[in-house]
Design a protein around this ligand. Structure first.
Ligand SMILES: [Zn+2]
Ligand SMILES: [Zn+2]
Length: 327
């Protein structure tokens, strides 16, 4: 998700209804604004990756995953449980590690109390509207049964396409600039795809059919990120099939899916940052999307691409921003 201003929030009065929020109004990416602002673009890019961000973390996990946990591409030529099951177990393990680990730290053991928590209330309250009548059980069920399954299916399909030469595979040695540059473009594509499909999911028939499962979560937690109906997971993760049409490496595919799936875990954590030992270690929650969970008709995309601004659905978090949106 997008980097946010690290200026202490206490420098401006807190908006009513929130326990914590980043400095407002929210900023959006300078990438597509004219005239071109090169310094701002560079600053945004650097802060999206460094010093420790979820993008860097997921790239590291993607490298580990590709090198040590993904079966050799030669094995993926034929459809077989011998390589699909290990990929399913790898994805299941990653989901349990990131979503389970964050949930235990933030909500079970209250590792950082309410420090940097967006909502006044703690997330994950029981509620009859949820599957099994409980938010955590509901969220874990949809994340594992739907999320990990659709994630594995799309990943395996793309690996099969690459293994059989139906998609153009490339390595770092083939084109170093494109190899590295594509990692910078993956978040831009994810953000654009997310806006388009998310706006479509708010079309009443699709909302009633699928997206309402995700929106049961007004107060969100790590497991809420993938609490989605399978139809929504299929639509969301089908964006990765762009990598069947452009020259890329399986590492780009794994990274992209980490951002889509594990990124949703982190961005729905309910906390703006991870605090360990009284120190803020990493940005986590996405206030931009947190506003969508509270107000519904705004912020369908992310701050990475200003599609909401162009579409007239951007909520910058301020009372004035809400009035503009209402108009
Ligand atoms: Zn959400
Ligand atoms: Zn929505």
């Amino acid at each position: 998700m997008s980097p946010s201003d690290d200026t202490p929030q206490t420098q401006q009065p807190r908006m009513a209804g929130w326990h914590f929020h980043p400095v407002l109004p929210l900023k959006i990416s300078p990438y597509f604004i004219l005239p071109v602002r090169l310094t701002e673009m560079l600053r945004w890019l650097v802060r999206s990756w460094l010093p420790l961000t979820e993008r860097l973390l997921f790239l590291g996990l993607a490298i580990l995953s590709w090198v040590y946990l993904t079966p050799a591409l030669e094995l993926c030529v034929t459809i077989s449980a011998s390589w699909i099951v290990p990929i399913y177990l790898k994805n299941l393990g990653l989901m349990l590690l990131i979503a389970g680990g964050l949930h235990l730290y933030l909500y079970r053991f209250k590792g950082q109390g309410r420090s940097l928590k967006f909502d006044n209330s703690m997330a994950n309250k029981d509620g009859r509207k949820f599957t099994f009548g409980n938010q955590v059980r509901d969220n874990i069920f949809w994340s594992l049964a739907s999320g990990v399954t659709v994630w594995t299916a799309t990943e395996c399909t793309l690996l099969w396409l690459h293994a059989n030469g139906y998609a153009a595979s490339m390595s770092y040695a083939d084109n170093p600039l494109w190899f590295i540059g594509l990692f910078m473009l993956v978040p831009v594509w994810n953000s654009s795809w997310f806006f388009v499909i998310h706006r479509a999911l708010h079309w009443p028939p699709l909302y009633k059919l699928a997206h309402h499962v995700h929106h049961r979560n007004v107060s969100v937690g790590p497991w809420s990120g993938n609490a989605m109906h399978p139809i929504e997971h299929v639509i969301w993760l089908s964006g990765v099939f762009i990598y069947a049409f452009i020259s890329c490496n399986p590492l780009h595919i794994i990274f992209s899916q980490h951002l889509s799936i594990l990124g949703a875990v982190v961005s729905h954590s309910g906390y703006e940052g991870l605090v360990i030992g009284q120190k803020r270690r990493m940005k986590m929650g996405d206030f931009f999307h947190q506003l969508h969970h509270r107000y519904y008709d705004c912020n369908y995309g992310t701050a990475e691409v200003p599609l909401d601004k162009w579409h007239g659905s951007f909520h910058d978090g301020t009372a004035e921003g809400a009035k503009v949106l209402k108009r």
